[in-house]
Design a binder for this molecule. Structure first.
Ligand code: M6R
Length: 610
């Protein structure tokens, strides 16, 4: 989704902003732009297309000289991805420039009012409305901070703004409301950005910026104000993310690097929460509360939703709590029945997915407690939840999630085990066995990653297929869902996931010679069933690729054209191993097909609009 950068300091702003915008490219975008103040005047450059084109247009900064600036990558929502619609947007008089993420819900009403007051607009965007609203208020009060506060009062929706005003040639103004924005402090310079990754190469010292706040930033002073313009006192925090983790580290794609980082992401997520042979969660969940939970809703979007599907199966199996996995985009429209005995678990890498935020707010409004599983520290979902269990995956750059997905699964195992223990539904022997297997998980993921040459060969073999089906039962069905999504998302091969038993109710009609059916057969208890389902497709000409475990392999191999075998583990944890060949398969199929792996077409890393 859109990215914001702002810089004020002693050096040239444009090269710093171009570098930062490159780091934000992973969010997905289709136009880019930047503005600086030089000699008391705002100068602007914008282009449809990539940051590289913007860089070319401004000749590496030579044509956009200035020591203060704002930059933006835009992912079109309102209006086409053209030069004109790219940010920054100027006020009609050209004295105010802004970059903006989010949506101003009441922009049409504000626009009409401004037009009636004589304002002329060049685009249909809500951003241009914000620029003109601020300019109009500034013309009346003569103080930029006050004008921004008044505009914030009038604008509804979720937004983050970076603002330049010609009368303040050394001051950057920022405003945040429910859209991410963070402020970085360097040596004689400062930054604003929608994601800390943008300036992590320059500084790790940040100020967290809360909803409704306004920041007035010069190269050596940052002042924060409440919506009523009361000055606030804040302390900087240090971000401990590894810079190299946000860079490709010599690999061709972020996705590949992030797949290889999975053992570490899972280890970092699990190990601080296992202590003295017990699960030690870093949140206070009183046992009497856990015993009184009547239902758990697991809520998320895309891959995060598929983590929820695994969690639902496991929670019911181990802790015997009735559980549902619900798509966040459907949750609040499904009249969920919630009260204080309902726990809603929101799963999100970014913590800014609009549908998940909406589900969270609805859950809280209806009186449920919300526990979130989030990767980005301090994100909206983390801030608004009753409890947060962070995944420790580090920054995930590729649009296709891999290491965050694995870290999310790991947190769901801990939570399930903890709740089962509190409710007395697990024996001591089983508890110890599961903990042992949890601790062994990172090494077993490593072993699965070693299958990559075999997976590559198979992906090359099947990469020309038009349609690929994924089938499985129970947790293997949950894995089929993730496998099909990964494949569609980055290789653009049409893929469908089915619960094995469902094929005969319609979809079997699509099976013909050469259809590839990737059969998930890791769950021993249902291996016989899925073999029958796969055999039915084979009888109709399908090729079968089986993903199975060492102990199940002998009972399923006879029906497959090819088999990939992963290590054994506790049945609840199988998804963490089974997902690895699925991710690798999607990756290598996309590679052969020469797809844009890290930034698939039409997709963005974080979906901040519903
Ligand atoms: O940031 P989130 O975890 O909330 O994102 C949810 C989905 O948009 C995300 O998992 C998406 O499906 C991935 N691109 C899949 O690889």
């Amino acid at each position: 989704m859109c990215g914001i950068i702002g810089y004020v300091g002693g050096g040239e702003a444009a090269p710093v902003m171009i570098e930062a915008l490159r780091r934000l490219e992973y969010r997905g975008y289709d136009s880019a732009g930047a503005a600086v103040i030089d000699g008391g005047h705002i100068k602007l450059a914008k282009t449809s297309g990539f940051v590289a084109e913007l860089d070319k247009k401004i000749q590496g900064g030579a044509k956009l000289s200035g020591k203060i600036g704002i930059g933006h990558t835009r992912w079109a929502t309102h209006g086409a991805p053209t030069d004109n619609y790219a940010h920054p947007h100027l006020s009609a008089a050209g004295n105010i420039a802004i970059v903006h993420n989010g949506i101003i819900d009441n922009y049409a009403r504000l626009r009409e009012r401004l037009i009636a007051e004589g304002c002329v607009f060049l685009s249909e965007t809500d951003t241009e409305v914000a620029a003109n609203l601020i300019a109009r208020l500034y013309a009346k009060c003569g103080d930029i901070k006050q004008a921004v506060a008044q505009a914030a009062e009038q604008m509804e929706g979720a937004f983050a703004l970076g603002i330049l005003c010609e009368d303040y040639p050394e001051t950057l103004v920022a405003l945040k409301k429910e859209s991410p924005l963070v402020i970085g402090v360097g040596d004689g310079c400062a930054y604003i950005a929608s994601d800390v990754v943008a300036f992590l190469n320059e500084t790790r010292e940040i100020y967290r910026f809360e909803d409704g706040e306004i920041a007035v930033i010069t190269r050596d002073d940052i002042k924060f104000y409440s919506p009523e313009l009361r000055e606030l006192t804040k302390r900087t925090e240090r971000v401990d993310w590894d810079v190299s983790a946000a860079e490709k580290g010599g690999y061709e794609h972020f996705m590949f690097k992030e797949m290889l980082e999975q053992p570490e992401a899972v280890r970092a997520t699990l190990s601080p929460r296992i202590s003295n042979g017990r699960v030690a969660l870093d949140i206070e969940l009183p046992p009497e509360y856990l015993r009184g939970i009547s239902r758990i809703y697991f809520v998320g979007c895309g891959s995060a939703h598929y983590v929820c599907v695994v969690a639902k199966y496991n929670m019911e199996k181990l802790a015997r709590v009735p559980s549902e996995a619900v798509l966040a985009s459907e949750f609040r429209y499904s009249s969920p029945i919630l009260d204080e005995t309902t726990l809603v678990v929101c799963v999100s890498q970014s913590g800014t997915t609009a549908d998940t935020i909406a589900a969270l707010r609805e859950a809280r409004r209806l009186g449920a407690r919300v526990l979130s599983i989030v990767n980005v520290v301090g994100s909206v979902i983390a801030q608004e939840s009753d409890y947060v269990l962070y995944t420790r995956a580090g920054p995930e750059i590729a649009v296709a999630t891999t290491k965050a997905y694995s870290a999310q699964l790991a947190v769901t195992y801990l939570l399930t085990l903890h709740i089962a223990d509190a409710r007395g539904t697990i024996s001591q022997t089983e508890y110890e066995k599961l903990l042992r297997e949890l601790s062994a998980l990172p090494n077993k993921i490593e072993q699965c990653l070693e299958l990559r040459d075999d997976v590559r060969r198979l992906a090359e073999l099947y990469s020309d297929r038009e349609n690929i089906f994924f089938i499985g039962r129970n947790i293997d069905y949950a894995m089929s869902l993730e496998g099909a999504l990964k494949l569609k998302e980055i290789s653009y091969i049409h893929a469908e996931a089915y619960a094995g038993g469902e094929l005969k109710h319609g979809t079997m009609a699509l099976i013909q010679d050469d259809t590839l059916v990737i059969t998930m057969a890791t769950y021993g208890a249902l291996a016989g069933k899925i073999v029958s389902n796969a055999e039915e497709t084979r009888a109709r000409g399908a090729s079968i690729l089986i993903i199975t475990t060492k102990s199940v392999a002998d009972t399923v191999r006879h029906i497959s054209d090819n088999t990939l075998t992963i290590p054994d583990t506790h049945e609840l944890l199988l998804p963490s191993l089974a997902v690895i060949p699925l991710q690798l398969f999607a990756y290598y199929a996309a590679l052969v097909r020469d797809c844009s792996i890290d930034k698939p077409r039409n997709l963005a890393k974080s979906s901040t609009v519903e």
